[in-house]
Design a protein around this ligand. Structure first.
Ligand code: ADP
Ligand code: ZN
Ligand code: MG
Length: 478
């Protein structure tokens, strides 16, 4: 029997606010344990939470960017459970009245086809602390993360493969980064994902029993965990077993999942409305204000790049994948007035360097103005492409302009016809055997002569010109 996976993801994104969700503590990853707390986030008796306006705005921004409806009145709820990293004994979350609901994001396949993944809801909640298990077998608790604002983004069970899950996560991350509402650093836990998964016979409407996978710490890990779980469930069903509704923990190093708890062991969170907070009211005015301050989103930017710079759809997609790269491209295009060249070079050389050196766009030590200067010299044919690439590499390691490097190293392209003719003639004379072979029907030797001329000129010859002159001087092979 053929089975089809059904996947729904629950993603937690830490909001990049200055202070926590209900107190004025500042949180930064990696600080010494218990140095970023106060009586409110430690859950001392008698304290009262005060809602962080910025966190609400960030959540609404994400809701708007993913086509959600924003609820004018939403409510906070207490989710009760006992765990050492949760000093209040409950987490303030949202339950039946989340801030945002009924949205969706589009993922794109390699062939350009678009699929929409529905979003059930986006709600606001506070994070818990962290247990630190020591080598000696003890456990310590760090409360720094208590009360840090999160949004939980819950998808509909619309995802049909691990690859789609990864594409969906990439899309969410891209939007969050564009909005600037989360730094999405998975290693530091700013972005976390739980995956719900079931399989069903192809053609069947009804969903199968799902399991929930936790503890993946990379998008690749999510993909692998899903692959593993699809295979496991398929084997169970193929051997006439039944899937039990378990919560599983992904073990990255051993590439397998372990059962954390069964349905019977699942907690009853005894949700009830948070009595210490008023319902959250989002006025028409506030919403309009947030809407008018939304940055350009990836899809919009992509379309604008096509319309205003004449880029191909694919190229516009690559260049807008990352907001910083898009901004860099646009600066270079504007500074140089050479959008096509800028697109080609950013997609080629710049992205290559970022990848090779594992650095972010912001870390590239080549300012748009200097890069534009190089592209101007390519456009006016002062240097050819090969030489331009050398100059590009030099510019990465110095503060020099392209013109300074061209001047210093004498890299100006040789386009002078009579000068090139002399060189071409010299090369033909020096290689009579190759000339003979060429004449006897080996047109591919054209490349050899081209290479010789380039060597003679240290790569500075104008390739178009050389080609023309070689064509004239060599004549046609017989
Ligand atoms: P729970 O009550 O276990 O929290 P929810 O209905 O709240 O389940 O859904 C949690 C997540 O699981 C959502 O992302 C949803 O899309 C997904 N989901 C629900 N049912 C299934 C299923 N049968 N197979 C896979 N994913 C599912
Ligand atoms: Zn605090
Ligand atoms: Mg649920």
């Amino acid at each position: 029997m053929q089975f089809e996976p059904v996947i729904g993801l629950e993603v937690h994104a830490q909001l990049a606010t200055h202070t926590k969700l209900f107190c004025s503590c500042h949180y930064e990853y990696g600080a010494a344990p218990n140095t970023q707390t106060c009586p409110v986030c430690l859950g001392m008796p008698g304290v009262l939470p005060v809602l962080n306006r910025q966190a609400v705005e960030y959540a609404i921004k994400m809701g708007l960017a993913t086509d959600c409806t924003i609820r004018p009145f939403s409510r906070f709820a207490r989710k009760n459970y006992f765990y050492p990293d949760l000093p209040k004994g409950y987490q303030i979350s949202q339950y039946d009245e989340p801030l945002c609901y009924d949205g969706g994001v589009d993922i794109e396949y390699d062939d350009g086809e678009i699929k929409r993944i529905g979003l059930t809801r986006i709600h606001l909640e506070e994070d818990a602390g962290k247990s630190i298990h020591t080598k000696s077998g003890g456990t310590r608790v760090d409360f720094n993360r208590c009360g840090v604002p999160l949004i939980e983004i819950v998808s509909e069970p619309d995802i049909r493969s691990p690859e789609e899950a990864r594409a969906y996560l990439n899309k969410l991350k891209q939007i969050l980064l564009y909005l600037g509402v989360s730094d999405c650093n998975m290693e530091e836990g700013s972005l976390r994902c739980d995956a719900n998964i079931s399989i069903r016979p192809v053609g069947q409407e009804e969903f199968g029993t799902k399991t929930e996978m936790k503890n993946m710490n990379s998008f690749r890990g999510v993909e692998r965990a899903l692959q593993y779980e699809i295979e496991r469930q398929t084997e169970v069903l193929e051997s006439d077993g039944t899937i039990t509704q378990d919560t599983l923990l992904w073990n990255e190093t051993e590439n397998r999942a372990e059962r954390m708890r069964t349905k019977e062991e699942a907690e009853d969170y005894r949700y009830f409305p948070e009595p210490d907070l008023l319902p959250l009211e989002v006025s028409e005015e506030w919403l309009t204000d947030i809407e008018s301050n939304m940055p350009e989103l990836p899809g919009e930017k992509r379309q604008r790049f096509i319309d205003s710079y004449g880029l191909r759809d694919y190229d516009a997609g690559v260049l807008t994948d990352n907001r910083a790269v898009a901004a860099y491209f646009e600066d270079v295009a504007k500074e140089s007035g050479e959008a096509q060249l800028a697109a080609k070079w950013v997609m080629g050389e710049v992205l290559r360097v970022l990848k090779d050196q594992s650095i972010a766009m912001e870390e590239l030590s080549l300012e748009p103005r200097r890069f534009a200067g190089l592209l101007e010299r390519v456009a006016d044919k002062t240097v050819n492409n090969t030489v331009a690439k050398q100059i590009f590499d030099d510019m990465l390691n110095s503060a020099k302009t392209a013109d300074e490097i061209i001047e210093e190293q004498g890299l100006k392209q040789v386009s002078d016809t009579s000068e090139l003719e002399t060189i071409v003639e010299g090369v033909i004379e020096a290689n009579p055997d190759e000339y003979e072979k060429y004449k006897n029907g080996n047109p591919q030797l054209m490349g050899f002569f081209m290479g010789q001329v380039m060597q003679e000129t240290q790569g500075k010859a104008n390739p178009q010109k050389v080609k023309e002159i070689l064509g004239e001087k060599l004549g046609k092979p017989e």
